[in-house]
Each structure stands twice: as structure tokens, then as C-alpha cells.
Design a binder for this molecule. Sequence first.
Ligand code: UGA
Length: 437
Amino acid sequence: MKIGIIGLGFVGLTLTSVLASKGYDIVGIDIDNEKCNKINNGISPFFEPELENILQKGLKKKLKIESNFSLINDCDFIFVTVGTPQNTNGSIDLSIIKKAISTIGENLLKNKKKPIILIKSTVIPGTMERVILPILEKKSNKKAGKDFGLISNPEFLQESSAIRDTKFPHAVVLGGNQTVFMKKAKKIFTKLHPNVPIIITNHQTAEMIKYANNSFLATKISFINQLSNICQKIPGANIDDIAKTIGLDPRIGKLFLNAGPGYGGSCLPKDIKALINFANISGINPTLLNAVEEINAKQLKQIISIIKERLEDLASKRITILGTAFKPDTDDIRDSIAIKLIKKLLKKKAKITIHDPKAMKNTKKIFGDKINYAKTVENALSKSQCAIIMTQWKQYEKLNNNEFKYMTKKFVIDCRRVLVKKQLDVDYFAIGLGKKN
Ligand code: UGA
């Protein structure tokens, strides 16, 4: 059995590496030659814990990395894991996936097997039937369900735990018609993930499950963030104790109740916007989803007004940002709230110094020499008038008076409450804590 994986981003490269490390015959394909070369040398183009180890294991087995699509011609399974970014109006941009699907279709013409094509990329409900299937049938001159299988197979992995999530998913969703291809897919997934629920449904429902998942997670975050704003007005209130306790109720669950500066990353913001856009054009006013988005945007505004309250005019004020990655254990800064914050502060002519254990290089690609980059937290804080902890990196939990002592004005905004339990000689503001009078 040979498996092709098209698009070597977070989802594609993780899947490629995990399956290859298990000894499957895998060909990973990406149009970016430079990226392919790196991967072939055992180097991941982005930081993800454990990924390089697993990739290198795979390369010692039967893994091939290529930019040549014709290698899918003898594949039994073809996973599509290319990106589906967003247009400026929030709608989904299908140009990349359409191109990939066209090329797969052209190659299908030459495929002597009857492969199963599994779409992992996130697409708006209806895309499989209205866009992907017609392109495949037209380009290949073959019929879905007869000459090849087409299955929606949404992905739920999180960056920073991508390997674990790929090895041990909480569920497998297979959307499509009940054909022999579906039976075959179910069999292989049962073998790959024994004891994991496999949900078999139609394309539209599978597509919608992905949006339901991400929008519910975003809703949980905005819920706790709104509550944290209320807590800030109650002297002594602590959002973490509240989250911990309500999380013990199995109907609520403890995850995704960590209040902070708002959700970022390449998925939640984009998927919420796409679902809002889709609801609107379907004639449904998505009031709850709109509120989720609005609360998220307000978290950033809140941080800026707190800085302004203390520092007043921000021009020439030295502000330190600790953490630019959209979450810890990644170097990904896509749609990171910290990046948005820096852009806003720069507009107000503040002088910014940043520190991040992994995302410095990516941050530099955006800001160049418009901001300063400190190799150590101590350097980042030296002569600063305000420090803002944006990302919950483990090392920031260890900060103490020693690190803050060279700040010109010891004002610290802790968006993740990592220093709550410390006795610090600083003016301390934490999201979600009601100041004691
Ligand atoms: C998200 C989903 O969690 C995955 O299930 C999904 O597969 C993925 O999107 C995707 O669609 O590809 P990811 O983007 O890796 O995964 O990031 P999350 O861990 O969901 O975090 C998103 C944002 O929410 C981060 O900015 C994080 O700091 C924030 N967050 C998360 C909170 O502010 N509080 C929380 O309690 C949890």
C-alpha cells in the first residue's frame, strides 16, 4: 500500500512523518522545492516538538519527499493537506486547493489503481460536492465512487502537540458516500487507530464538523475572556480558580478555559470568520459567533488601554513584549495577538523590544529593524517602562524580581497570569484578576 500526501505544512508534514516512521510507503509532495530539500535533509521548515525526530526516523524507512506530482500515480491513498487561507472579506480562499485538485485530477488519468482521495484541508460545507468533485471528475475523466474514492477527512491536530494528536486523535471523521472506498478507508483507519471512534457521515456534515469544532473552542475562549473582564471589576476575584472549578463539571470540561489576550493562530480566527461569512450568505445572522469575534478583538484593545492608562502618551516609551508566538512550543506567529499588539504600539511610536524563545526569526521577517530583538529576557527588560507577557512560555513562569530590577518603570502586564503567585516588587496587572483595594 502506497500513500501520497499533498502539501507539507503542519498537517501534511506531521502526517507524512508519523506514517513514514511506522514504516508505511509514503510520498510527501509539495510544490516548494526549497522546502522539499530541507525536509529531505531531515530538517523541518517550522518548529514543532518531536517532529524532526519522527521525520528523520521516516527518512530512514520508505519515505520520499518530492515536488513531482506524478509520484501519486501508483498511490492507493492520497491525502490533500494544502492550506485554505482567507480572503480579505473573511471568506475562504480556495485557489490553492483548486490548483492541487486539478493536478491530482490530471494525474488520476494515468493512475491504474483506484485510489482514495482524502481531503484534510478545512473547507466550507458544500465545497467537496460543488468544487472538488467536479474538478476531479473533469480533469481525470473518471467517476468518483466508481474509479476513485473521495472522502472528507477533517483534521483536529493542534500545533505544539501535532505528533501526539496525529498518533492519538480523539476521533476520525470520514465524510462521503457509502461505497467500497468508504469501507476500505474505515478499515485502514481502524487499523491505524484502534479504539478511536470513527464517525462516518456525508461530505457536508464532515465539513461542518470541523467548523463546529473550531468555533466551539473559540467560543469557550471568548466566554472565559468575557468572564475574566468581569472578574477584573471584582476585588480579589480570580479567573483561574473559576475556570478550574467549572472545568470539573464534565458537562463543561477543563480545557480551553485559559483566559488571555484572545485566540490567535492560523486556524481559529480564520475559521470563525469563514463560518460567519458562510452563515451570512446562507441567510443566518450568526449573533453568537459575531460576539465571539468581538470579544476576541476587545481583549487586544483592553491591553492597549491599560498601557495607556499607566504610560499616557506612548511615543518613545520603551515597551517589552515577552512572547510573539501565538502560543508556546511553536515558532508560528500567524495571526498572533502579540504581533497585532506590536503593530498598534508602533503606530503610537512606542519603542518595542521583543523576546521569544523560538519565534524571533519569524518576527524579524515582519518587523525588520523597526523593533529590537533581545536574546535574553534580562536584556529585553533592561530600561523598559512596561513589560507585557503575551505567550505562556514556561521560562516566563520563572521570572523574578532579579529580572525586573533594571526596568526604568516596573510596570508588568501578565496576560497569562504566570507570575500571580510571585511576590514581585512591580506594578502588576494580570488579565482576569480583580485588584484588591
Ligand atoms: C486549532 C484547534 O485547537 C485544532 O483542533 C485544529 O485542528 C486547528 O486549530 C486547525 O484548525 O488546524 P491551533 O491553531 O494549533 O489549533 O491552536 P490552539 O491550541 O487551538 O490555540 C489557538 C489560540 O487560542 C492560541 O492563541 C491560544 O493561546 C488561544 N487559547 C487557547 C487561549 O487563549 N485559551 C485557551 O484556553 C486555549
